[in-house]
Ligand binder design. Sequence first.
Ligand code: 26M
Length: 817
Amino acid sequence: MTEQTAPKSPVTTEQFIEEIKEQLKYNQGVTVEQATDADIYVASSLAVRRHLMDSWTTTQKDTVEGNTKAVGYLSAEFLMGKQLRNALLNLGMLSEFDDAVKALGHDPQLVVDAEYEPGLGNGGLGRLAACFIDSLASLGVPAFGYGIQYKYGIFKQEFDAEGKQVERPDYWLANEEPWGHIDYNRSQKVSFGGSVVEEDGKKVWKPAWSVRAVPVDYMVPGYASGRVNTLRLWSAKSYDEFDLLTFNKSEYLDAVKPQVEAENISKILYPEDSTPQGKRLRLEQQYFFVAASLHDAIRVFYPGQDKPDLTTFPNKITFQLNDTHPVIGIPELMRILIDEYGYDWNTAWDITTKTFNYTCHTLLPEALEVWPVDLISELLPRHMQIINEINDHFLEELKGLTRDKERINRMRIVTEGDYPQVRMAYLATAGGSHVNGVAELHSQLLKDVTLRDFSDLFPKKFTNVTNGVTPRRFIRLANPRLSALITEGLGTDKWLSDLELLQGLAPLANDDEFVKKFAEVKHANKVAFANFAKDRYGFDANPDTMFNTMVKRLHEYKRQSLKILALIARYAAIKNGTINADDVLPRTVFFGAKAAPGYYMAKLTIQLINNVARVVNNDPDVKGKLAVHFPANYNVRLAQHLIPATELDEQISQAGKEASGTGNMKFALNGALTVGTLDGANVEIRERVGAENFFLFGMTVDEVDALYEEGYNPAKYYEADPRLKMAIDMISNGTFSDGDRNTYAPLVADWLTKDYFMTLADFTSYADIQYQIEDLYRNPMEWNRKAILNVANTGFFSSDRSMEDYLERIWHTGPLA
Ligand code: 26M
């Protein structure tokens, strides 16, 4: 990326005040005196939007008229976070906003807080999509994000009196939402069901019902690029209300039913982030947004053309499939080309395979989507025919590549047997040009294990693009103090658009003055977080203790249980006097995690963490030494507050299970040290920051495999380490359940007999490395030197770099001229 300095505001503070007043008057219809924080939020957002409008229009025009291929990022999730400050940053208006809002008698922080965070994603995959479209706009690459405008985002998490997770609906559109622009005139019709008939030797799909996909457009402003791309989220509306008027009263309710059901399609985000359930509505959602997006792209790039030359389609746009969720787009593009535009199979297949690429985000076999043939046949009968035909052609192709029948059989896109299924990852691999994993280790394991047969026969298809995060949101907006110090240290703010410049900080790790300033920034962030936590969650966190954080979805493979077991062991040791009270390094541990509503073990783990927190925080024996906090409803906003205040980050998944992780990058870039396993992008982070600046523990992928082979017996580890035995016994004997021995019995039984992710096997090395961590923390200058080296050496993990890798290795396109 070409480095940019911060953009200059298009307005003075005085002008911006006037613009806000105008919006208050003509949009909200309130006076300045009547205006609430929420009014000021809406008015200033609308005013800011106007400043983006010209760039948005020109970017759209250039995208269509220029001869640079665009990127279509197809994703069922975009976890955007709040919009206002991001737009202000990218326009160079942050200080004008603060001053204008103060002049109008409001607190800028409260105005920004009035924005309700759109939670249109579950976790890493959705947030990655948001970082990627931010980076594409900042690089000036013409791009569309395509997804779904769910009415209800990821559930709001609460905890009940027993510490159990309770899910509440997230109706984020309850108030005026100034960022989404509904464009009824660019709607698309999406059809479902029915049957396929033969007419004049051609297959004709006669669908049973249709919905209207209405685009809601969000501007995606680039940082200092002058470009504003589009995030187009589809909302389902009943298609033809007017037809209802033809029904008489008795038929009325039945007639409305399909219309009401049509709107269900975009009603709710599925809160699972693995183990897909094969639910009909989920497939409807996937087809809904993908079909609308493909037709939209044809409309955009061939305006007003009845018979466009779609052989040029792959030169106009390249579609990235964010996991398998949009893979139904492959048979849909085939159907469009063959049935709607009359291309022959081979031409259609050539266009299709050139158009799509697929990113895989997992290694867990149970997370790979498969759809029953019966379900696809019922919902999308023509697509099922096409998928079968793709399967047949593919098997033919394979016969030309290998004589290994077993292998060919393993690679079937459509499985055989009584309950045949479509394997979406295989369809994506066969139907696109490239397949990528999201970190070096993950891409290697994809080739060696998950998609081994495919990579053996199509080695050139496979590549890696290591994930990244946007420095605009996760450094500049989240951590203004560190940002100012970085700019001071480097003597420029160009690092925000060229994050490798952070390397210039490395020599400053030896400059005691700089190290002290860095330590002051971290401490100020801790104080700020403590105030925020007191205010929003009501707990006291002592900024003079180590801030140690584990935030991510709750999953067995991520091993929150390892953290909680070590924490209980530490609690017991302080309480029993096994450790001398004076030798205890005071720590405050923060958890943030949502569990899928149907994931029993994950929910029980949440309950355990809450109850450990309750017991520990109320025990005078450990007061000032150990505290545990679990603020509910971890989301992008909480991330932006907590990450800059964290000193030690936990990335402790079982080796070979976390595809990449992106929290790990955000923490390192904000000057936290990582305690972690050799998993996902941890491997690359450690390589870059240096082994001496990373707390590595636990088994490697090979060691994990070997232990499975040899027969894993978790009870052995329970017997072998008295700290572990003590921790598990305390959970069993009711210490964290008011004496009830049954509450956590399922967790304990699982650990002692199955422990699929080998938490117990890694316990000892995890508990032991805590001594190293604490020794280092006792030497603040040394700790902070290492923290600075983490910041200096992780510029690689900018999503700008990820985008450049995709552009070069997969998309073969670049910025607009
Ligand atoms: C699928 C079907 C039905 C309902 C939900 C899903 C589903 C939704 C999200 C499945 C998986 C989903 O996300 C998986 C995910 O977030 N993976 C993470 O992706 C990150 C970005 O690449 C990686 O950093 C993480 O390691 C990986 O776990």
